[in-house]
Design a protein around this ligand. Structure first.
Ligand SMILES: NC(=O)c1ccc[n+]([C@@H]2O[C@H](COP(=O)([O-])OP(=O)(O)OC[C@H]3O[C@@H](n4cnc5c(N)ncnc54)[C@H](O)[C@@H]3O)[C@@H](O)[C@H]2O)c1
Length: 366
């Protein structure tokens, strides 16, 4: 995840809008100030990363963690996982404020929730940090490979996005193949560059852009035939069949949607719709939008698999199902006459409502 990606999307809760539990944590000795939010444990314990970010104040941190934890509940539900939605934020600059003492103090707070919340990496936190947190806490995923973790989650995130793109291609053109299609990838960081690999392998014509010249250069060196353009505004004005936003949130703003000639938008970035209503602009322009949290669930699937003792093949098999899920979302959207993002929310809510073990307050077995 990137460091400026502060999501603010509001998602209605199937349980009436409230979060089950919000915990404010502070430890004076280490300087820790954190908020853990559990949106719902209807399907199981809340799992979501810990974002370490220099929020302007506690209010901004709270707004972010409430939205992020709710989004995790939807992502886990749609991915068919037995997990609820949780997320945490640590207020501070990770480069300046992160210390062993602070991470361990945070780990003790997560432990105090007794398994109702599992943490993982997010903006500003890394597998090595999870190893430190795990010295105080049993409920940690996203750990290093040396400690039984799954390593870099962007591998399966990109794989899942590719599956979502195949489903979108089948929905629009009747075949899942991207061979011969022009695909524009904005942002070739961890997720974007792996996605380029899948596309090149499938025979797509790939155009990329990134604010980092180094990231672009690395992709051009690795994959033959890929071309680069100067910026995202130029990319979206190219002849594209598919546009894949893989950088920051809010990629689909009004100007971008107006300029876009692609038939499909399917990318790894979180919270692509810049504001409520953007999904309708996409509809009006006849662009099929594969919902972000539907297609980018591969990373969550990967860290969730750690809870069973990580198996890459099992996690990959589950991420492969993103193709069917995306196709189901697009089919339902068409059938119901709603935007795909609305259809995705409906399916996620329906599963939470139907499968919930308890309507609230999941507890670990005694
Ligand atoms: N890593 C995962 O497993 C994962 C999982 C789910 C969702 N996501 C989402 O996918 C997106 C990418 O994540 P990542 O892990 O690859 O992050 P990353 O930081 O490795 O890559 C992001 C890339 O986007 C580039 N970028 C930033 N601003 C840009 C702009 N204006 N135009 C073009 N390029 C720009 C950066 O230079 C960087 O190369 C994020 O929105 C993240 O939230 C990631």
């Amino acid at each position: 995840m990137n460091t400026t990606d502060v999501e603010t999307r509001t998602i209605p809760s199937p349980f009436g809008g409230g979060h089950e539990q919000v915990v404010f944590c502070s430890d004076e000795a280490s300087g820790l100030r954190a908020v853990v939010a559990i949106a719902s444990t209807g399907l199981g314990p809340g799992l979501g990363g810990t974002r370490f970010y220099p929020y302007a104040d506690e209010g901004a941190a709270l707004t972010d963690v409430l939205a992020l934890s709710k989004a995790m509940a939807y992502k886990a539900s749609l991915a068919g996982l037995d997990l609820g939605g949780g997320k945490a934020v640590i207020i501070g600059d990770p480069r300046r404020d992160k210390s062993e003492a602070l991470l361990r103090a945070y780990g003790r707070f997560v432990q105090s929730l007794n398994g109702r919340y599992y943490t993982a990496c997010d903006v500003g936190t890394y597998p090595e940090d999870m190893d430190v947190i795990a010295r105080e806490c049993d409920f940690v995923t996203g750990r290093t490979v040396e400690h039984g973790g799954a390593g870099d989650s962007s591998v399966l995130t990109a794989y899942g996005v590719f599956q979502g793109m195949r489903a979108s291609a089948e929905f629009v053109w009747g075949s899942p193949s991207l061979a011969g299609r022009v695909v524009g990838v904005a942002g070739v960081g961890k997720v974007g560059r792996h996605l380029v690999g899948h596309l090149v392998e499938d025979g797509a014509e790939v155009v990329v852009t990134d604010v980092s010249a180094e990231a672009v250069e690395s992709v051009l060196q690795t994959y033959e035939g890929v071309r680069a353009v100067s910026d995202t505004a130029t990319l979206v004005r190219q002849h594209l069949d598919v546009y894949a936003p893989c950088a920051l949130g809010g990629a689909l703003d009004d100007d971008t949607v107006a300029a876009l000639g692609a038939a499909i938008v399917c990318g790894g970035a979180n919270n692509q719709l810049a504001h409520p209503g953007t999904e309708l602009l996409l509809e009006q322009r006849g662009i099929v939008y594969a919902p972000d949290y539907c297609v980018n669930a591969g990373g969550l699937i990967q860290v969730a698999d750690e809870l069973e003792g990580f198996s890459f093949e099992r996690a990959k098999a589950r991420a492969t199902r993103i193709q069917q899920t995306t196709f189901d979302v697009l089919t339902r959207a068409k059938g119901e006459g709603v935007a795909p993002s609305v259809a995705a929310d409906q399916i996620a809510e329906q599963r939470i409502a139907e499968v919930s073990r308890l309507r609230s307050t999941w507890l670990p077995p005694r």
